[in-house]
Design a protein around this ligand. Structure first.
Ligand code: SF4
Length: 324
């Protein structure tokens, strides 16, 4: 499914077309608008596990997952939450000259404990004056009613984002990558969160094995339809210490070249509702864990190239949605 409408008839919604940033709704600009200053996230590891990797790894976990590949430098489960926050703040204050932060419970499944334990852990982060919100990463099938009650309670005190892994809106793909949940599970979870007015963000991966452009555009359309507040877009990469990493050398697992990815991610944004906040445009993995693709480009270089290409193509978020 590609954009086939008459582009001349489409108008970007409230979008000025000169600065790159305004061609899609970035997380940075959303935070600046909401708080009036720049805010950065501090990645934390609260020592949770993942239910999908537990049970003697009978279920095996997602075939692409090595939690070490998406943990922030500040995330160290041997340290307490306050210690991790202090370390993260020190780093980010120096790097970005910023004073306000969101505590991001990132590693594994951060709702996998009793409501009492979760309340204590989240509260530890909120004790800091510099922490103006929290973000909680989890699976769509790990939100019990008690947990939802707690999250709603915390969201009344602070800005709170629930980040749920979806990866693809195609059940066949979810099965293939062993996500062990369905698209319907995600829909149910998002609806429960929306009912409680909780801000949501979906994680998705572009370029998963077996998916073509049309599958990925279906994911963009689904996100627009289900009404998430934000999306984190990652490119598919093969990482050491994963099932896919083992298969990479045996099977022909393909990954995008940078040019291919640029074209796909721009198309994805064109199919996304303009109200959805784009938290990120590309995945991240430490060099020592990365098997493929090796683009040999820094993150700022990657973002600049994508932004330049969006401008060159006169593209914008929602360009391929019907002007209804
Ligand atoms: S991606 Fe998330 S749900 Fe899947 S195995 Fe890793 S931590 Fe668990």
């Amino acid at each position: 499914m590609v954009c086939t409408q008459n582009q001349e008839k489409l108008k970007p919604m409230n979008v000025k077309l000169s600065p790159h940033e305004l061609r899609y709704k970035t997380f940075g600009s959303f935070l600046k608008e909401k708080f009036g200053y720049s805010v950065y996230k501090i990645g934390l590891d609260a020592g949770f596990n993942c239910p999908h990797r537990n049970n003697s790894r009978e279920m095996g976990g997602c075939t692409y997952c090595n939690p070490k590949s998406f943990s922030a430098p500040s995330a160290d489960p041997s340290l307490s939450i306050p210690e991790q926050i202090k370390g993260g703040m020190k780093l980010l204050k120096k790097r970005y000259k910023t004073e306000k932060f969101i505590a991001y419970f990132q590693t594994h499944t951060n709702t996998l404990a009793s409501a009492e334990k979760l309340r204590r852990i989240y509260q530890e982060a909120l004790e800091f004056d510099e922490i103006i919100g929290i973000s909680i990463g989890t699976r769509p099938d790990c939100l019990s009613d008690k947990t939802l009650d707690l999250i709603q309670e915390v969201s009344r005190k602070t800005f709170l984002i629930m980040e749920l892994g979806l990866e693809s809106a195609n059940d066949k793909t979810l099965n293939k990558i062993n996500r062990n949940h369905t698209v319907k599970d995600f829909t149910i979870a998002i609806n429960k969160l929306k009912k409680r007015s909780i801000h949501t963000c979906a994680h998705i991966i572009l370029g998963l094995p077996g998916e073509d452009l049309s599958d990925m555009m279906i994911t963009a359309n689904y996100l627009s339809f289900v009404g998430v507040d934000g999306v984190k877009i990652h490119h598919f990469h093969v990482v050491k210490g994963t099932d896919m990493g083992k298969d990479y050398y045996k099977e022909k697992i393909e990954t995008f070249t940078f040019e291919e990815y640029m074209a796909v991610v721009i198309k994805f944004i064109e199919h996304l509702d303009p109200g959805i906040i784009v938290h990120r445009l590309v995945g991240d993995c430490p060099d020592e864990l990365l098997i493929a693709p090796k683009w040999n480009l820094g993150k700022s270089q990657i973002l600049k190239s994508i932004n330049d290409e969006i401008a060159r193509l006169n593209s914008w978020q929602g360009k391929c949605l019907k002007n209804s």
